[in-house]
Design a protein around this ligand. Structure first.
Ligand code: GDP
Ligand code: MG
Length: 436
């Protein structure tokens, strides 16, 4: 095929996949290219098409990620979603558009994570990549250039990996077609350089992931049914009483969302968010006409085994139960729902929780946070796709779990339902006694 023929191809059809962190501007980039408007990011509308200067353009938006330091922190579900989205533009994209905010810091960890993430598509993907800097209106072109040229910087390394292909976008003016024309010129260059060939999706991997996904759906459905069945049985047989007074303890690693969950339960900002505290804090409130006591704890380090934790953490865990005049009704083991939960976290969580003795599990509910990240998927799908470590934990808590969106202060139903689950658990058990 001649170069001319490749050029012709890229002028008739372009398939692209758009990758980037959450809020990097992926949806806006697609809006700018297609000169349309949709607000939702990462929602159902993942594949969008249009005709640009006579060529058919298909764009697939991938789900994105939040601030994550390591690829191993990314949940299985997020990795699976990426492969499933990419397969929407079979047989493969001509170009992979990597979206980065021009005015945000891009440090080494961001660079390393991004490289690993892009390579989930396959090691040969780099010849098809191009970086789009969004929010170009907020940065001077020479400042962007300077950031890219900074010796040893993560951005320089990334741009070099992308063979120096990038384009600056101003999405606030999506009628500016010059930026889109420039982008397509660069895409034509990529298609030519790859001899007209698109990036080949690993179809075997896609098939595998799709099959896994089918299984996950079935297992998630079955777990949900089991939970509902068990709850109905408990309600029928165990004479569930509405507890007028409930005492709960929040346990979990640092920054998992304990204090935020405490505030949601009490419907007031009682606990400091994002801070490091060395002590337990007890706060009270009236929720649905019940007297609630919440004990917030400092939390352990996510990657440190319990021997490496400072003494005060062990004391705080022990104190979390003994500090009450009466034993707590529930231990809420807080776990962020949008990150990986690996064997290492299982081991560390088990070590820390077991400080309270073996009986603790009978009184524990896993409280998942970051429910706001679960728009089109269920928590059961996450549990089933994440793997054995998380499933072990859920089973250890006798299939008791609950999902909170700590950003939605108006959603009181999530609290009412948690309290009902505590009523049910109490009906199953006697109160928890410290037995170490
Ligand atoms: N988007 C989102 N952010 C959350 C959620 N829960 C907690 N956060 C954020 O996570 C960070 C740590 O939360 P915090 O409650 O202080 O964690 P703690 O160390 O376990 O008490 C804060 O920046 C919170 O705003 C949640 O459900 N959704
Ligand atoms: Mg806290």
């Amino acid at each position: 095929m001649t170069a001319c023929r490749y050029l012709f191809l890229s002028k008739t059809e372009v398939r692209a996949v758009v990758i980037g962190k959450h809020h990097s501007g992926k949806t806006s980039v697609i809006n700018t290219i297609l000169e349309t408007r949709t607000e939702a990011e990462g929602d159902e509308d993942v594949k969008r098409e249009g005709i640009i200067d006579g060529r058919r353009v298909s764009l697939v938006e991938t789900p994105g990620w939040w601030k994550t330091f390591n690829l191993s922190d990314l949940s299985n579900l997020s990795k699976q979603q990426l492969v499933r989205m990419i397969s929407l533009i079979s047989p493969g994209p001509h170009v992979v558009l990597i979206v980065i905010q021009a005015d945000s810091a891009f440090i080494d960890t961001d660079g390393r994570f991004l490289e690993d993430y892009v390579e989930l598509l396959g090691p040969n993907v780099w010849t098809h990549t191009l970086v789009i800097f969004t929010r170009g209106d907020l940065m001077k072109p020479e400042d962007i250039e300077q950031n890219i040229q900074k010796d040893g910087s993560a951005l320089k390394r990334l741009i070099e990996k992308c063979e120096n292909k990038y384009q600056v976008f101003n999405n606030s003016n999506h009628h500016d077609r010059t930026q889109v024309k420039e982008l397509f010129k660069k895409i034509e260059g990529i298609v030519q350089k790859n001899n007209g060939k698109h990036f080949d999706i690993d179809l075997k991997k896609v098939k595998e992931v799709n099959e896994q996904w089918e299984e996950i759906q079935t297992r998630a459905y079955s777990r949900k049914s089991r939970v509902q069945e068990k709850r109905s049985k408990v309600q029928e047989k165990a004479c569930v009483h509405r507890l007028e007074e409930i005492r709960v303890v929040l346990l979990g690693w640092v920054l998992c969302g304990k204090s935020s969950a405490g505030n949601i339960i009490l419907n007031r900002d009682e606990f400091a968010i994002g801070g490091k505290t060395g002590e337990c804090t007890r706060r009270f409130g009236d929720v649905d006409g019940r007297k609630i006591t919440v004990l917030d704890t400092p939390g352990w380090w996510k990657y440190f085994t319990s021997e490496l934790n400072p003494d005060f953490i062990r004391s705080a865990i022990l104190g979390s139960v003994s500090e009450f005049e009466k034993p707590p009704h529930a231990i809420l083991l807080v776990i962020p729902a949008d990150v990986a939960f690996l064997e290492e976290q299982k081991r560390i969580t088990e070590q820390n929780i077991s400080i309270l003795g073996d009986d603790v599990w009978r009184h524990t509910i896993v409280l998942f946070t970051w429910g706001d990240r679960f728009k089109n998927i269920s928590i059961e799908q996450h549990i089933e796709s994440e793997g054995e470590a998380l499933q072990w934990l859920i089973e250890k808590c006798r299939n008791r779990y609950h999902l909170f969106d700590n950003t939605d202060k108006n959603n009181r139903d999530q609290v009412t339902e948690l309290l009902q689950k505590i009523d049910e658990m109490a009906a199953e058990n006697s109160l928890f006694h410290l037995n170490t």
